[in-house]
Design a protein around this ligand. Structure first.
Ligand code: ADE
Length: 256
């Protein structure tokens, strides 16, 4: 998969590509990331990329022409069809379902705004979709673009060491939160590992994990439970979790 990122900070893009899952996926040829700086497409000695907003007000607005030229140069660099996404707090909220949709595409062109915004006419003419990573305001789209690249890259075939681990993530498959995880040592000053995980009873372990997923989702993101299609067995596991959780609240030493 090919990612093109239009940004005033192309070094940031290079850094992003160098580490972790995204970096390894790049080394394995699963993806490539290319930065495009609108300043390289700006006119005049100052290579100006922004100007004051019409109608007054604080801040600067990014000019149409350098952005349009950078987008066009990025598109022309590869013949594969490309979806152009503008990162902004006004966009639709990024979800794991959207990430999955994007991971099936051959190319993404991510446009990062700076300052107070981007001339609306450029967005109307050049952008297919606007995405937000949450209800807060960043000083630019770069961190949001990094989030999109990371979330998409780890879904590409072969990007994760263990192909199962993406399937078991929170939000994947059934839309529930992930269960807790433990590793060595078994005994630690911070507490023991739940004994079922050491039992070798695979059905028992699967049931415990499912119950923990259901219970955590109920405790932390009950809104997700409304959307999840729970089986009869799920409902009974969750009812049992709730009973034990509420009992433990009454007994301060309990461990639900
Ligand atoms: N740019 C600034 N804030 C943002 C946000 N919350 N999501 C995506 N892009 C942004």
């Amino acid at each position: 998969m090919r990612f093109d990122i239009v940004s005033l900070f192309p070094d940031f893009v290079a850094q992003l590509a160098a580490h972790g899952v995204v970096g390894r996926a790049g080394e394995r040829g699963l993806l490539s990331i290319h930065g495009w700086n609108p300043r390289d497409h700006a006119e005049g000695g100052y290579r100006r990329v922004d100007d004051r907003p019409f109608g007054g007000g604080p801040g600067m607005v990014m000019l149409i022409d350098p952005l349009q030229a950078a987008l066009q140069a990025a598109r022309a660099a590869d013949p594969a069809p490309v979806r152009t996404i503008y990162l902004s707090p006004q966009g639709a909220r990024l979800t794991q379902a959207k990430v999955r949709e994007l991971a099936a595409l051959p190319r993404l062109l991510l446009l990062c705004g700076r300052y107070e915004g981007v001339d609306e006419r450029l967005l109307q003419a050049e952008v297919d979709e606007e995405l937000s990573i949450g209800d807060y305001v960043l000083s630019g789209g770069e961190l949001a673009a990094a989030v999109v690249v990371d979330a998409v890259a780890r879904l590409l075939d072969g990007a994760l060491g263990d192909a199962e681990s993406a399937v078991q993530d929170s939000f994947e498959g059934d839309g529930l939160l992930d269960c807790p995880h433990y590793t060595r040592p078994v005994e630690h000053a911070l507490g023991p590992v739940p004994s079922v995980l050491l039992s070798g009873n695979h059905a028992g372990i699967a049931r415990w994990r499912r119950q923990q997923s259901l219970g955590r989702t109920w405790l932390r993101r009950p809104d997700l439970l409304d959307e999840a299609a729970l089986s009869k067995a799920d409902r009974s596991l969750l009812a049992d979790f709730k009973t034990r959780y509420l009992q433990a609240l009454d007994e301060p030493d309990g461990d639900a």
